[in-house]
Structures are given as structure tokens and as C-alpha cells.
Write a protein that binds this ligand. Sequence first.
Ligand SMILES: NC(=O)c1ccc[n+]([C@@H]2O[C@H](COP(=O)([O-])OP(=O)(O)OC[C@H]3O[C@@H](n4cnc5c(N)ncnc54)[C@H](O)[C@@H]3O)[C@@H](O)[C@H]2O)c1
Length: 332
Amino acid sequence: MANITVLGGGFGTALAVMLYTTQEHEITIWSAIPEEIEAMRRDGEQKEKLPGVKIPNGISLTTDLAVIDNSDLVLFAIPSAYVRDTCKKVAPHLKPGTVILNAGKGIEEDTFKLMSTVFAEELPQGTYVVLTGPSHAEEVGRNIPTSVVAASSSATAAYLVQEWFSSPTFRVYINDDVTGCELGGALKNVIALCAGISDGLGYGDNTKAMLMTRGLHEIERLGQALGSRTNTFAGLTGLGDLIVTCTSMHSRNRRAGMLIGQGVNPADAVAQVGTVEGYYCCHAAYGLAMRYDVEMPITEALYRVLYEEADVREAVQTLLDRPKRHEYEKLN
Ligand SMILES: NC(=O)c1ccc[n+]([C@@H]2O[C@H](COP(=O)([O-])OP(=O)(O)OC[C@H]3O[C@@H](n4cnc5c(N)ncnc54)[C@H](O)[C@@H]3O)[C@@H](O)[C@H]2O)c1
């Protein structure tokens, strides 16, 4: 039995409920937002983000980070934009060697840094593991069979997460390709925005399959440039997460894309939907593509739509009009 603090009341609540109902861990959910904790106490659920999923009384709710003083594992489930600041607040409470488990998916927008780098800079005393893969909160919170990957450069920490999180309905694989797993989790949101735009434009399944498959190719190309293993992208954290995010109505990235495809201004679409990691990640991914000189035409087309007011239909046409080539050119 472990003492686990979950930071964040969205996906974090789903993971906390799954852990509490399938294991014997001591679980606390922390939020930076007092009103969120108050509402969860009052309603016995996270009504806004996870309606219908009861929060068992045994899960503690707090806004006090001192709870981390006694934690064996601190699970971050907050949007990537808030990770660095939250790390700074967590730092004084974190014992050396505590497992830091990041369930967030994104790239730091201004620096283009992967979350593993942000955590290494801000919480070097922790042992970093990323938890990623196809795992919508709405399903995890209801113990619907799900499989994810715990990736770390520390085999001990990865095994610990596998041990503490595995249950009859939640299967955890381990991996040591942290960069590949993080890139797959972050960049599938970019492709999901495109898949949503395609749906919003009224295009078909063929178009979406094209975006997903060619999207995976360009994610792999960036992964190769950053030193990740190609086969990581064929796994749960790449292909698996891409499928779930591009095809499900649970995906906020896809929903925001649909609005954009229907003619809503990108910034307004994001404001309507809430946390749309792909919007910020597209900026970072485009920056990484430039920095490492990697061809990422779908990411670039989306960048032009999101940040340069490019017309969505014309953006799709530029993809279709690209030079004819071999399917596996620039990918070994
Ligand atoms: N929702 C999912 O199904 C899901 C699944 C897998 C991974 N993720 C990833 O997990 C991360 C969180 O996603 P989410 O859906 O829970 O997002 P969310 O928008 O629901 O926010 C989660 C929590 O972040 C906290 N938060 C909000 N503002 C904050 C601030 N300024 N400082 C610190 N904490 C703050 C709040 O407690 C909030 O409940 C994202 O990176 C997302 O990509 C989400």
C-alpha cells in the first residue's frame, strides 16, 4: 500500500477513483483551486469534468501541498502550461527519491521542452516516470478496461508504478523510451485537432485515416531526430493514443478541431472547449520541427490555420498538392 497524492481534479480525479476502487492505497487529491475542492466535497463528485463518477469518502481532498511530505508518489495530472509553476510549489515538500508520475501530455510552449526536462529542472530530487497511452478520464474513472505505459529511465520506478497501478481493469506496460512516449502523447493532440477539422469540414473516414497515418509518420520523424525509438510510436503511447484521440467525442482536441472546421475562429474554439493541449503543442512542435529541420507538413498546415489565419480548406489542399513521393521516404 502506498501513500499517493494526485495533483489536479480532472484526469487526476479519474485516476484517483480508479486507484482507490481497485487497490488499497491511501489517496489524496490536491487542487490549486479551492472552489474545485469545495465543490467536490459538497457534491461527492467532480460534476463539471467527471459527472456521475462518485468520489469515495476514503479519498482525501485538499488544497494544502504539505500532504506531499508523507507521499510515496506524487501524480501530476494538470495541463502542461501549469506544470512548471506547480513544481516550484511542490519542491519544498518533496523528499529525495519520491516517485514523480506525470500523467499530463504536452510540450512547454515557449521553450519547446518535453515535460521530462521541465521536471528534471524543477524537481531533480524526484524520480521521474511518465504515464501515457489511450486513457480518457471518462472511462478510467468508471474502470473500463484500459492499458497505458509507465516510462522512465529508472527501471525501479517504472516497475513500482506498474505494481501500484495495475488492476484487473488497468494494465500498465513499462518502457524506457521516455522521449518517444512523451512525444507520442503530446503530438497526437496536434493530429487530433486536424482530425476534428476534417470532421468539421464534412470530409470522410478516408481523410481522417490519411491524417492519422501520415501524422504518425511525421511524429516518428521528429522522434528519430530527438533520439527516440521508432517502434515506440507503433505502441500504446503512439498509435494507440492517436486512435483514441482522433476518433472519440471525449477528445477535447478533436472537438475543438470540429468547431474550427465548421468556421469558428481557433482561439474561440479553444475557449469554448477548455483544455486543448494540441493548440499549444502545435506551436511547440512546429518550433521543434524548425529547430531539428524535420519535415512535418500536417503540423505546419495546422500551425498556419491556428496562428496565421490560413483557410482550413486551402491548408488541406496544400497537403494534397505536395510533391509525389515514396511512402517511406525520410523514414527508416
Ligand atoms: N482528461 C483526460 O481524459 C486526459 C487523459 C490523459 C491525459 N490527460 C492529460 O492530463 C492533463 C490534465 O488534463 P485534464 O483533462 O485533467 O485537464 P483539466 O483542464 O481538467 O485540468 C485539470 C486540473 O488542473 C488543475 N489546475 C487548473 N488550473 C491550475 C493552475 N493554474 N495551477 C495548477 N493546477 C491547475 C485543476 O485542479 C484542474 O482540475 C493534460 O495534460 C491532459 O492532456 C488528460
